[in-house]
Design a protein around this ligand. Structure first.
Ligand SMILES: Cc1cc2nc3c(=O)[nH]c(=O)nc-3n(C[C@H](O)[C@H](O)[C@H](O)COP(=O)(O)O)c2cc1C
Length: 188
């Protein structure tokens, strides 16, 4: 298993919490659906293939060194490709880019056509497709991989970025949204 090619920390069993019964799956999913997440397309390219997948499970880890993580289901084609390619690009969608969210979740009719046309996509350092008009783009080299339940946690170190304009596309309560700023809005 290639996961072990990227060992980082060996978390020992002694770090596990107390033996308490877990909530059931539907409770977890229902409660988690209330959380607001950005919507992203994680892409990769290389000998393992060129693929992309819609992902809401993505977050910053640390700025020193610049590091983030994404969580992808073990059966996703993207997971196998990232393991093989050792690179990925996190493309954070802008509120007008719901189309890409559905395209890369396999929910639109044209999902199987060439998704990475040159009009909308470019490459930064790793060769993974980067969305030209993405709100925020993080090009990453794979630094560590963890497996938790059904998902891989891919930890990437950021080798290039792109900053777009607009506001983030949000997914919460099983629906897309965009933020309405409170107080005085976005700081200058
Ligand atoms: C808004 C949204 C968020 C999603 N977030 C994730 C996620 O964080 N991780 C994941 O593995 N799949 C996520 N999915 C599901 C994948 O995009 C979907 O299963 C996709 O079809 C997998 O494609 P593949 O099997 O071709 O890789 C999300 C889908 C949507 C619409």
């Amino acid at each position: 298993m290639k996961v072990n090619q990227f060992p980082k920390h060996n978390l020992e069993e002694s770090l596990a919490g107390p033996e308490l019964e877990l909530v059931d799956r539907s409770d977890f999913v229902d409660t988690m659906s209330r959380v607001a997440n950005s919507v992203n397309v994680v892409t990769t390219s290389g000998s393992g293939g060129e693929v992309g997948v819609t992902v809401s499970a993505a977050t910053s880890v640390t700025a020193e060194p610049p590091t983030l993580l994404v969580c992808i289901h073990e059966q996703s084609k993207a997971a196998a490709a990232i393991l093989e390619n050792g690179v990925f690009c996190l493309n954070v969608l802008e509120s007008a880019q719901q189309y890409y969210a559905e395209l890369f979740a396999g929910l639109t009719a044209d999902s199987t056509e060439n998704r990475f046309n040159k009009t909308n996509w470019t490459r930064l350092k790793t060769g993974a497709p980067a969305l030209k008009e993405g709100l925020a783009v993080f090009d990453c080299r794979l630094d560590a991989v963890l497996k938790e339940g059904t998902h891989y946690i891919f930890v990437g170190q950021v080798v290039a970025t792109n900053k777009g304009s607009g506001v983030p596309l949000i997914y919460s309560q099983r629906a897309y949204a965009q933020p309405a700023w409170l107080d005085e809005g976005i700081p200058e």
